[in-house]
Each structure stands twice: as structure tokens, then as C-alpha cells.
Design a protein around this ligand. Structure first.
Ligand code: HEC
Ligand code: HEC
Ligand code: HEC
Ligand code: HEC
Ligand code: HEC
Ligand code: HEC
Length: 404
């Protein structure tokens, strides 16, 4: 609540008011989340009352005679809007559409027009909090009958603790890490004015330059709350979602686990980082069809995937003693990346190219590039031997081998 008081206090109409008054204003309205593309109110409908936009972005528009939409104003937080109708009680002079996920504070004059929207908003992960959530946990127990001590939350917790997501502390070579926290510890992350894309509107009120360094003690890694909401009692909800604006505890729904994972596993905000592209014969597979969502681990020859590639076959050249130190992807990659042994890993792997652009000044960018050992996700059946066994190969491998 405190943050909303602070936010409301930054609106010019309210900045002379005491926090207690601001609290009263907020309590007299309703805090509401509107999903993207949702109508907040319609032009001509009875007064929907006054709104304050705390986060997100809203288009105020009209319809032309031919039904085409005409945007005449794009508003950004923190700002008051539709206030005229709260004063004169007249119809809404325009239509408002949420274009970025946001929370608004609506005054009590709110009229039935928005009620349908409210019901729809309840489909939002943010609104799923129901008293039944406890019995949801109960139905989960049914699945684990015979294994009564298997609590999915505790289970997830255990697995998560072993994952890289629970051990994500980093510092760059200048001793800074706030910008890294965006993905390595989103709850700690304080956006600065220049690293803010349009989608993050926290900058509107986080004006001070945040401290560049967050200590390891304070580092929260990638906790449950980044991918799950908790209910009022602090129980983690099993549905996955995405903590889009940590500073406002704002979630955005994601369609698939891949969309969720790619919020961070998408490259180019730091050097030596890459985007995971699932391609080749695995195109269309979700990240969590292979990766356990909490331990994050997986392997090609796990029980669910290719358990007998080595045991059942002596006929496939490549699946043999000779190639024990060659990872599956080094042979089956279709992206054409370099391959080679990695000393640290102790086996052969693909080397993924990375690109990192740093903006310097108005128009100039420095582009850094390189390659790093990283498991290719573009996998096909074909595994040409010449990829490694070519003439004058640097590893001293047999130059010409018999393809199957
Ligand atoms: C909030 C950002 C974020 C999200 C969302 C996220 N990850 Fe990660 N992930 C990271 C970071 C940061 C690391 C690296 C941590 C470290 O080692 O410092 C990581 C590491 C990993 C690793 C280990 C990589 C390695 O080098 O061993 C795997 C595998 C992984 N994530 C899979 C996933 C999957 C699958 C999902 C979706 C269910 C996902 N991640 C969602 C941030 C994220
Ligand atoms: C856009 C999200 C994002 C940002 C910003 C980001 N990282 Fe990462 N980082 C990841 C993900 C995801 C991984 C795991 C996958 C991988 O290894 O690329 C990772 C992995 C790493 C690893 C390898 C971890 C390991 O255990 O092998 C290091 C080191 C690292 N990041 C450092 C940094 C530093 C330093 C910064 C800040 C300058 C930073 N990262 C910013 C997402 C990010
Ligand atoms: C990086 C994102 C991420 C983090 C962090 C995360 N989860 Fe999940 N969690 C998921 C995804 C994705 C699913 C759904 C998996 C699927 O449907 O394939 C899931 C599923 C679940 C479920 C449903 C039951 C199950 O096991 O499938 C529970 C319960 C759960 N998570 C609890 C937790 C808890 C507790 C934590 C913190 C310790 C946590 N999660 C951390 C992404 C995450
Ligand atoms: C077809 C199965 C499959 C799918 C789908 C998949 N992965 Fe992987 N991923 C793997 C395997 C296998 C590894 C290697 C694991 C190992 O060596 O421990 C891996 C490794 C990784 C690593 C660590 C890479 C490294 O070499 O350090 C990251 C990060 C990762 N996956 C993220 C993702 C993300 C994000 C998605 C979804 C966009 C995804 N994966 C989809 C199978 C898959
Ligand atoms: C040294 C290269 C090499 C390595 C390493 C390798 N493979 Fe293969 N793999 C091949 C070749 C060659 C074929 C046959 C391709 C063809 O039929 O065109 C093959 C075929 C396959 C097939 C099809 C099998 C079938 O019965 O038709 C699968 C599945 C497979 N590999 C999975 C894997 C997995 C999983 C790993 C890692 C555990 C792996 N491969 C490691 C070279 C390799
Ligand atoms: C990703 C790289 C890679 C690919 C692709 C690959 N190999 Fe190899 N091959 C190796 C490595 C590494 C060794 C082990 C060399 C050693 O242990 O000294 C090896 C060893 C061999 C050997 C034993 C002779 C030697 O050089 O030590 C034969 C024979 C062989 N490979 C045949 C094949 C055939 C046939 C294919 C295609 C189906 C193939 N390899 C594909 C990397 C590869």
C-alpha cells in the first residue's frame, strides 16, 4: 500500500495531500488490474468515474464514423484520467484501452459498465486468489495417494534449491551487478532511467540512480515469486505466471513455459549470453517438456526421451566407446556452430556465437561478439562425421572415417 501512497503523491493534483489522505483516497477506490487490450470504459457510456494509472499504458481513443479506432492520447503513469466524469457525472468522453498490463485505482463512482470487465479480470492470474486454494492443494494430494508425504510445494522447493536459479549471484568485471539482477535476481533489480524499455514503467518514479551493487547476502536469485503468485496467506500458487514489474508486484500472464523461460533466456543484455532457440527436430517443444521446471535439469538419454540410444545399438557409428566424451548435440546440432572439447566440462560441446551491443552516445554502438560453450537446442538426426573428422583437424582425430 505504501508504494501506492508514494505513487499517488507524485500526481500533481495530489502532491499537497498528507499520506493519510492519500490512503483514504486509495481505499475509497479499488485497485484493479487490467489485462492488455482490455477496455477500461467505453466512450458515451455512463460515467465510469475517475481513474489513476499506476503502471502500464493506456490509449484514450474515439471511434470514427467508419468504426475505425483513433487514438488521441497515450497516457503513462502516474496520472489521473477520466476525472471530468467524476465531477460532472456525464458520460465518458472517450474510450480507454489498456495497452500494457497495469493496475489502476478506480474511484467508487464506477458504474456497471466496467463490471463485466472486472469479471474478466478475474481470469487474470493476479485474481486467482480464492479461499478454495487450500482445497486445491487437497486435490493435488489425491494424485499422490500412496505417497502421502509428497507435497508439490516442498518438492518444488527441494528441486529448486539444487538449481542454478537458486544460485544466481553474479558481478560484472567492474564490480557492478544491479543490471544483472534483472534476470539473476529480479526482485532486487532497480531499473535505471536508461536501461528502461517502454515496457517497464517503474522508471517514472524511480528517478534516482540505483546503487550499482547488491551484495550476495541480499541477493534473492530467481525465487518462486518470479514464476508464481502467492495468495494472501503466502501460499505459492501452482499456476505459472511472470513477475513483469517486480517493484509493483505486477504479473503478466504467459501462454507457455517457453515464453516464461525466454523472459530471461533471451540474449543480448549482457556479454556472453545467448538466446535458447529450440529448433530442428525438436521445433515446437516447450522448455519444460525437457527441463524439470524447478531443478532445471534434463538429459537427452533420460527415461522419457532417448533412454536406449547407447544400450540398444551397436549399429550406429557414433553411439560407441570412441565418442563417449562427445555430447549428443556436438554431433546432432543443425545450427552449424563450432564444436570442440571444453576443458571445464570435460567433453565435446557446441560453441554458440553471442552478440552484445552497448549504446555509446546518441547513435553509436559498440558491438562485442564471441563464442561460448553452450548446448545447442537445434537438433536433427543427421550427424555428419566430417564435422570433426576433416583433414588437418586441430584435434588430431582420424581425418577420414567411414560414414554409416
Ligand atoms: C528471472 C529470469 C529467469 C527465468 C524466468 C528463467 N531462468 Fe533459467 N536461469 C536464469 C539465470 C540468471 C540463470 C543462471 C544462473 C547462474 O548460474 O548464475 C539460469 C540458469 C538456467 C539453467 C542452467 C544453465 C547452466 O548454465 O547450467 C537452465 C537449464 C535454465 N536456467 C532453464 C530455465 C527454464 C527451463 C526456465 C523456464 C521454466 C527458466 N530457466 C526460466 C534466469 C531465468
Ligand atoms: C536478460 C537476462 C540476463 C541479464 C540482464 C544478465 N544475465 Fe547472466 N545469465 C542469464 C541467463 C538466462 C543465464 C543462464 C544461461 C546462460 O548461461 O546463458 C545467465 C548466465 C550467466 C553466467 C553464467 C553462470 C554460470 O554459472 O555459468 C554469468 C557469469 C552471468 N550470467 C553473468 C552476468 C552478469 C555479470 C550480468 C550483468 C552484467 C548478467 N549476467 C546479466 C540472464 C541474464
Ligand atoms: C523459473 C520459473 C519457476 C520458478 C522460479 C519456480 N517455478 Fe514452480 N513451476 C514453474 C513452471 C513453468 C511450472 C509448470 C510446469 C509445467 O506445467 O510443465 C511450475 C509448477 C509448479 C507447481 C505445480 C506442481 C508441479 O510440481 O508441477 C508448484 C507447486 C510449483 N511450481 C511450486 C514452486 C515453488 C514452491 C517454487 C519456489 C521454490 C517454484 N515453483 C519456483 C516455474 C517456476
Ligand atoms: C528437446 C529437449 C529440450 C528442450 C525443448 C529445451 N532444452 Fe534446454 N537443454 C536440453 C539439454 C539436453 C541440455 C543439456 C543439459 C545438460 O548438459 O545438463 C539443455 C541445456 C540447457 C541450458 C544450459 C546450456 C549450457 O550448455 O550451459 C539452458 C540454459 C537451457 N537448456 C535452457 C532452455 C530453455 C530456456 C528452453 C526453452 C526455450 C529449453 N532449454 C528447451 C534439452 C532441451
Ligand atoms: C559421434 C556422433 C554422435 C554422437 C555423440 C551421438 N550421436 Fe546419435 N547418431 C549419430 C549418427 C551418425 C546417427 C545415425 C544418423 C542417421 O541415421 O542418419 C545417430 C542416430 C541417432 C538417433 C536415431 C536413432 C535410431 O535408432 O534411428 C537418435 C535418437 C540419436 N542419435 C540420439 C543421440 C543421443 C541422445 C545422443 C547422446 C546421448 C547421441 N545421439 C550422440 C551420431 C552421434
Ligand atoms: C563432434 C565431433 C565428432 C563427430 C561429429 C564424429 N566424431 Fe568420431 N571422434 C570424435 C572424437 C572426440 C573421438 C575420440 C578421439 C580420441 O579419443 O582420441 C572420435 C573418434 C573416432 C574414431 C576412432 C579413431 C580416432 O580418431 O580416435 C572413429 C573411427 C570415429 N571417431 C568415427 C566417426 C564416425 C564414423 C563419425 C560419423 C558418424 C564420427 N566419428 C563423428 C569426434 C567426432
Amino acid at each position: 500500500m505504501e508504494k501506492y501512497i508514494k505513487l499517488l503523491g507524485s500526481v500533481s493534483h495530489f502532491n499537497k495531500l498528507k499520506p493519510s489522505d492519500l490512503l483514504r483516497i486509495i481505499n475509497s477506490g479499488h485497485l484493479k488490474k487490467y489485462r492488455k487490450d482490455k477496455f477500461i470504459y467505453h466512450q458515451g457510456d455512463p460515467s465510469a468515474g475517475m481513474y489513476v494509472l499506476f503502471s502500464g499504458k493506456v490509449h484514450i481513443c474515439n471511434y470514427n464514423c467508419d468504426g475505425q479506432i483513433q487514438i488521441f492520447s497515450i497516457i503513462e503513469p502516474v496520472i489521473m484520467f477520466n476525472e471530468l466524469t467524476a465531477i460532472d457525472g456525464g458520460p465518458n468522453p472517450a474510450t480507454a484501452i489498456m495497452v500494457l498490463l497495469a493496475a489502476g485505482c478506480q474511484s467508487p463512482e464506477s458504474q456497471p459498465t466496467s463490471i463485466e470487465e472486472v469479471t474478466e479480470v478475474q481470469g487474470d492470474p493476479g485474481e486467482k486468489i480464492t479461499p478454495e486454494s487450500e482445497s486445491d492443494g487437497g486435490s493435488g494430494n489425491k494424485e499422490s495417494e500412496g505417497k502421502p508425504d509428497l507435497d508439490p510445494i516442498a518438492d518444488a522447493q527441494q528441486l529448486w534449491k539444487t538449481s542454478a536459479h537458486a544460485n544466481a549471484f553474479v558481478v560484472d568485471d567492474q564490480g557492478k551487478n544491479n543490471s544483472c539482477a534483472q534476470c539473476h535476481a529480479p526482485i532486487n533489480w532497480k531499473p535505471t532511467l536508461d536501461d528502461i524499455p517502454e515496457t517497464c514503467l517503474v522508471c517514472k518514479f524511480e528517478l534516482e540512480e540505483p546503487p550499482p551493487f547488491i551484495s550476495e547476502n541480499d541477493w534473492t536469485h530467481v525465487p518462486c515469486l518470479v514464476c508464481h503468485e502467492e495468495d494472501k496467506k503466502g501460499n505459492i500458487q501452482p499456476e505459472y505466471t511472470w513477475l513483469e514489474i517486480p517493484a509493483l508486484e505486477e504479473y503478466a500472464s504467459v501462454e507457455t513455459t517457453t515464453e516464461l523461460c525466454l523472459k530471461c533466456h533471451e540474449a543480448s543484455k549482457a556479454p556472453e549470453h545467448v538466446t535458447v532457440v529450440v529448433g530442428g527436430d525438436h521445433t515446437g517443444m516447450q522448455c519444460t517438456e525437457c527441463h524439470q521446471p524447478h531443478s532445471s535439469t534434463t538429459s537427452c538419454d533420460s527415461a522419457d526421451c532417448h533412454p536406449d540410444v547407447f544400450s540398444s545399438t551397436d549399429s550406429i557409428v557414433g553411439h560407441d566407446e570412441e565418442h563417449q566424451d562427445v555430447s549428443c548435440v556436438a554431433c546432432h546440432d543443425s545450427a552449424g556452430w563450432e564444436v570442440g572439447p571444453d576443458e571445464e566440462l570435460g567433453y565435446w560441446i557446441t560453441y554458440i556465437p553471442w552478440v552484445y551491443e552497448i549504446n555509446v552516445g546518441e547513435a553509436d554502438t559498440i558491438v562485442e561478439t564471441g563464442i561460448i560453450p553452450f548446448t545447442s537446442h537445434e537438433i536433427v538426426l543427421e550427424a555428419p562425421c566430417e564435422r570433426c573428422h576433416f583433414s588437418e583437424n586441430p584435434w588430431g582425430l582420424e581425418e577420414s572415417v567411414e560414414a554409416p
